[in-house]
Design a protein around this ligand. Structure first.
Ligand SMILES: Cc1cc2nc3c(=O)[nH]c(=O)nc-3n(C[C@H](O)[C@H](O)[C@H](O)COP(=O)(O)OP(=O)(O)OC[C@H]3O[C@@H](n4cnc5c(N)ncnc54)[C@H](O)[C@@H]3O)c2cc1C
Length: 386
């Protein structure tokens, strides 16, 4: 294990991004000190096993690994096998359950039709043409209606979006929604990425394995920002904490949406028959119910237990001190982010800021990993050329 005084680089934050940077540098022979302020690595992918139901509970919301990038898939498969889980999402509307995403299964069930794939584009075109929209969509609602028509929008998108963002979709920017395709098929796979699954032995084991390297020294319960004065000078830092916190929130906090998770153990083997159901109506205060055991259908013992852990997810307004989940991307936050980025580049030339908190952006796990590999490789190249 490497000692602090022998460190070549410091990684602050042991989420996907930090662990990937650390492992890539360690594989290249560098000695890396990893500081994580929580009690364990994994960031928001961290899980815990419920002793009663046996389910792997995704503490910060359900996480499904999916990618179309073979290099990233090969990288993550060095540390775990995947269980072949393919993600499907259902939506509960007006007392009935539909298959998401928007596709033939949902359209035919919702409209009571038997459309063939070739009939879908004309059907959706007629829906949007009858919506009475202005030429250029002025907000999220008009943009969404221009893609799918008013009836699908009102039933499946409007209220879910309002709950998610705490705002009327008419007040949200049209740019939030760039595409909203309706699949002309019965493919109900939620993600279009073919490479997907859940780590066979759980997310925690994946991160433990990534950091299990003689060149990596992991210290948990250590806040980099507080520890910084004691750290060896002149070492490059890869920081994946919040960028505004790095600069002492001096321009004010960047805005986020947070989530509240309400967990319950139900005394049945199977509560909803699937892992995730979206609740898209306004009269239900939560957006989703997760039932974790369904992420591991291969685990026959847990599947059969007469107990299951479910989780209701409630979006909420974020305030400093809350867990930040989704960045609120609008013109004001873009301007604030620009100020923080400029200040960080000016004042911390030896700090690379990355990840979802550092970048103030929503990043899927694979994108975070891909970005971290590229960041670490660019650093190694610079070292070699120095
Ligand atoms: C509700 C929800 C569901 C999601 N579901 C999926 C999904 O199904 N599939 C998918 O691919 N992606 C999903 N994601 C995205 C996924 O969570 C991110 O890609 C991933 O967390 C990004 O990793 P990260 O390392 O950038 O950030 P994080 O996971 O947030 O890790 C950052 C780490 O840095 C630590 N840290 C911060 N500041 C300091 C400091 N000063 N000192 C020391 N440590 C510090 C934090 O404690 C944390 O452990 C989801 C995100 C959300 C919000």
């Amino acid at each position: 294990m490497t000692q602090v005084s022998e460190t070549d680089a410091i990684v602050a934050g042991a989420g996907v991004w930090g662990c990937t940077v650390a492992r890539t540098l360690a594989d290249a022979g560098l000695r890396v000190l990893v500081l994580e302020r929580r009690s364990a690595p994994g960031g928001n992918c961290r899980c815990r096993r419920d002793p009663e139901s046996g389910a792997e509970v995704h503490v910060y919301g359900s996480h499904i690994f999916h990618t179309s990038d073979p290099k990233t898939w090969a990288f993550v498969n060095r540390f775990t096998a995947f269980n072949g889980y393919q993600h499907k999402v259902l939506a509960r509307h007006a007392g009935r359950t539909y298959f998401m995403p928007l596709g033939l299964a949902l359209v035919n069930a919702f409209f009571g039709k038997e459309l063939a794939p070739a009939e879908v584009p004309a059907f959706i075109a007629a829906e949007t043409a009858s919506a009475g929209l202005p030429g250029t969509p002025r907000n999220f609602e008009e943009q969404a209606v221009s893609f799918v028509g008013r009836r699908i929008y009102e039933a499946f998108i409007k209220n879910y979006t309002a709950k998610q963002w705490g705002r009327d979709p008419k007040e949200l920017d049209a740019s939030i929604i760039r595409r909203l395709p309706v699949r002309a098929s019965y493919d109900v796979n939620y993600f279009s990425d073919v490479l997907q699954g859940i780590p066979r032995w759980g997310y925690n084991a994946l991160f433990d394995e990534m950091l299990s390297h003689p060149n990596i020294d992991l210290r948990t319960g250590v806040d980099f920002l507080k520890e910084r004065p004691k750290l060896p000078a002149g070492k490059h830092v890869f920081y994946s904490g919040p960028v505004d916190e790095l600069l002492g929130w001096r321009f004010g906090p960047l805005p986020w949406r947070t989530l509240r998770f309400e967990l319950e153990n139900a005394p049945v083997a199977d509560w909803q028959g699937t892992s995730v159901v979206n609740y898209v109506d306004a009269d239900v205060p939560y957006t989703r119910i997760h039932e974790f055991k369904h992420f591991h259908p291969e685990d026959a013992e847990t599947m059969a237990r007469p107990c299951t852990t479910i989780c209701r997810e409630y979006p909420a307004t974020w305030k400093p001190g809350d867990e930040p989940y989704y960045p609120v991307n609008d013109a004001a936050s873009a301007a604030l982010l620009g100020e923080y980025r400029a200040a960080a580049a000016r004042e911390f030339p030896d700090v690379t800021v990355g990840g979802r908190l550092g970048g103030y952006r929503y990043l899927d796990m694979d994108k975070s990993m891909t970005d971290a590999i590229a960041t670490a490789e660019a650093f190694l190249k610079k070292l070699r050329n120095a």
